[in-house]
Design a protein around this ligand. Structure first.
Ligand code: C2E
Ligand code: MG
Ligand code: MG
Ligand code: MG
Length: 291
């Protein structure tokens, strides 16, 4: 009777049960993975759409796992958020990315010795829980000191969910960050409860238009008009726009025609290991990979 009952339950919720067991296993494996030695940061170039020059890189975390292969963030960031591990993990990613950006700046390039602003920046994802954590500002200060990164070379990417809260602390933290010279980007713009009023309410420098909008760009006039409208308004407000997930030349050309300056996507580069990112910066023609 016991097995029958169990079987019946499984019959009712097979997906749910295996999903939960899998999730539990992944969580346990994550909990026992020391932050300092278990993860890897890749860097995806962000390019000037018109010229193909590299403007910066987005840091994207990976979890190389002994039995699961390379685990993607979709599979573990939420778990790390729930357990709170995202706080030390995010701090580690930030530290890695900052140190990397300092190495880029030390490379011979058009930005040396004095043209500071043209050195490639690094853009780091910050999850809502990490951003709301009391220690977040201290972590940022610590990272700046330890790495010696120019704050102007650092962008922090937040999602709209963070801004939705009518919370003065969030406003204060954002203000403190921008006072330091760090720029703030809104990631996946258009997927959450988007509001263009964020652009004047918060000190936002960069808007990243979500891939789902870029996907439909060549196929729908409405979609084109929407993205164009966002790009124009952002431009008027002095906010830089980055198109996410640019995969073909049609998208690239449409974006250029509407005045969207920057993009990232598989058309240009996939996320790269740090040595390859560095090699790109060292390449005499940084437009490598752009046709
Ligand atoms: P995101 O911040 O929106 O990052 C962009 C994602 O789109 C990356 O996925 C990137 O590899 C992918 N991508 C870029 N260009 C293309 C393209 O042309 N086509 C397609 N199909 N995909 C493209 P990834 O690395 O798997 O990261 C997924 C998400 O996980 C990120 O989305 C971000 O929300 C989160 N994430 C990644 N690293 C971190 C991190 O260090 N901390 C936190 N809190 N979240 C992170
Ligand atoms: Mg991002
Ligand atoms: Mg994004
Ligand atoms: Mg996205």
């Amino acid at each position: 009777a016991k097995t029958a009952g169990k079987r019946q339950w499984r019959g009712y919720h097979p997906v749910l049960q295996s999903g939960m067991a899998e999730r539990h296993q992944l969580q346990e494996s994550l909990d026992s993975s020391p932050v300092e030695t278990s993860f890897l940061v890749l860097y995806q170039p962000i390019v000037v759409l018109a010229t193909g020059e590299i403007a910066g890189f987005e840091a994207l975390v990976r979890w190389p796992h002994s039995s699961r292969g390379m685990v993607l963030p979709e599979q573990f960031i939420t778990l790390a958020e729930e357990s709170g591990q995202i706080v030390p993990l995010g701090a580690w990613v930030l530290g890695q990315a900052a140190a990397e950006a300092v190495r880029w700046r030390q490379r011979p390039g058009p930005w040396r010795p004095d043209a500071q602003s043209s050195a490639p920046y690094v853009s780091v994802n910050v999850s809502p829980r990490q951003f709301r954590d009391d220690g977040f500002l201290d972590t940022v200060h610590h990272t700046l000191e330890l790495s010696g990164i120019e704050p102007s070379s650092l962008i922090l990417e937040l999602t709209e969910t963070v801004l939705m809260r009518h919370d003065d602390r969030i406003r204060t933290v954002m203000r403190d960050l921008t006072d330091l010279g760090i720029r703030i980007a809104i990631d996946d713009f258009g997927t959450g409860y988007s509001s263009l009023s964020y652009l004047r309410e918060f000190p936002i420098s960069v808007l990243k238009i979500d891939k789902s909008f870029i996907d439909k760009l060549g196929r729908s006039p409405q979609q084109y008009a929407l993205v164009e409208g966002i790009a124009h308004l952002a431009d008027t407000l002095g906010v830089k726009v980055i198109a996410e997930g640019v995969e073909n030349t049609t998208q690239r050309e449409l974006l250029i025609s509407m005045g969207c300056p920057l993009g990232q996507g598989f058309l240009f580069f996939r996320p790269l290991p740090s040595d390859q990112a560095e090699a790109l910066i060292l390449a005499p023609d940084r437009r490598l990979g752009v046709r």
